[in-house]
Ligand binder design. Sequence first.
Ligand code: 4AD
Ligand code: MG
Length: 477
Amino acid sequence: MTRRKINDILISEPIGKKVTVKGWVRTFRNNQFIALNDGSTLDNLQLVLTLGDFEEDFLKRINPGAAVSADGQVVESQGRGQKLEIQVDKIKILGESDPEKYPLQPKRHSLEFLRENAHLRFRTNTFGAVFRIRHAAAMAIHKFFDHRGFLYLHTPVLTASDAEGAGEMFRVSTLDPQYPPLTEENEVDFSKDFFGKEAHLTVSGQLEAELGALALSDVYTFGPTFRAEHSHTTRHLAEFWMIEPEMAFADLKDNMDLAEAMLKFTILYLLENCEKDLQFLDDRLKQEEKNKPADQRSLMGLIEKLRFCVENDFERITYTEAINILKNSKPNKKKKFQYVIEEWGADLQSEHERFLVEKHFKKPVILYNYPKGIKAFYMRLNEDDKTVAAMDILFPGIGEIVGGSQREERLDILQGRMAEMDIPEESMYWYLDIRKYGSCPHAGYGLGFERFVQFATGMGNIRDVIPFPRFPGSISF
Ligand code: 4AD
Ligand code: MG
């Protein structure tokens, strides 16, 4: 008999049929009832052993965490809490689990505890739900772009350029760290390194995606990106996944429209395809909220919040309008912000972004036309000579979830901006070339995938929405 997944059995309800199921024991009670989970769904399947059919010694080896295979008949359940169960004929233990040592007990564990035992956290309800939702979100994003004729472009992980110009890159080298070859000036001689020059892990696939767009029209990347930021926050990872669409013949408004449509499509897809997991996380969040002081509780439940995002237009305002709102806001006047907004040109901190989204507008906000001084070199200079056609999308509870812009397609202006920002032209010839041969208006953005999954699952810490989080000091498994 071929094995059937629990989700398939619970959906198709093959009452009377013989099936084989495999999975991991969650609980075993009265030497009779096994709650089996195989990760295909939140729900466990009840296996019923007939008393007296099995040796006492064998039953002792059925413990939480053990992997088992069982053959039996699907029957309507006599007990409460499940519609059907398996009346077991044959059961085999595939992998034992020592009950004295297995770290997961049938109780609630703290997320911190699970992060330390992260190799086992897939076995819990919460992380099962999170990673099924993460999968569904990735599928939805691919569907969205595929429907619209975007090509999935694989951009390199190893690179010689700093796309964001922020200098937060991980070095990649095969030189001997103890005795590297040196130049006459006694500096490390990277010409002797693997690539013949300095190399790093990419911070973004955007620059390569621009080259793709200026031939293929619409492309997107979906891959890992790396940032050596020493940020110990609930929103930063050293390795995270980013989705970066890039469109030829598009301006900032097209860019905003695409991003808003993508976010709404993906959220709606989750509401339609991950109902059970979302409901579980919604309940979990409500429990957690009960322990918070009343003024810190969120007004909406998880599912309600997701619906709200799909059903309402995002607020679109310029950076200048945002600064005026912030300057006149209560927390600014009372100096409650850690960084008080004094004047136009200030970079927005997450406290300001969250004020705009959570307190002022109470919905997702797209901020655009930022001062050129606080944004990357490739963003298109506006007529006012002071701002660039940049946009950030801010989400409740998260802050910045998307960052993007219309790109500077005019060669001379781009060269001027690079000179101002001390970005050497020689190493960027390939990027400048597309401005020389058939340049055209184009635009794109980056969605931080983990920030999106954080929003969709209501998880408080970004480390809990990626299977193997990397952050300063952490790379165990
Ligand atoms: O705003 P960022 O730095 O933009 C870019 O990298 C552009 N090249 C994107 C583009 O236009 N193609 O990053 C984009 C998004 C952020 O809005 C945020 O959601 C996420 O990536 N992000 C991070 N997520 C987790 N951990 C970090 N350290 C992140 N840094 C950025
Ligand atoms: Mg950004």
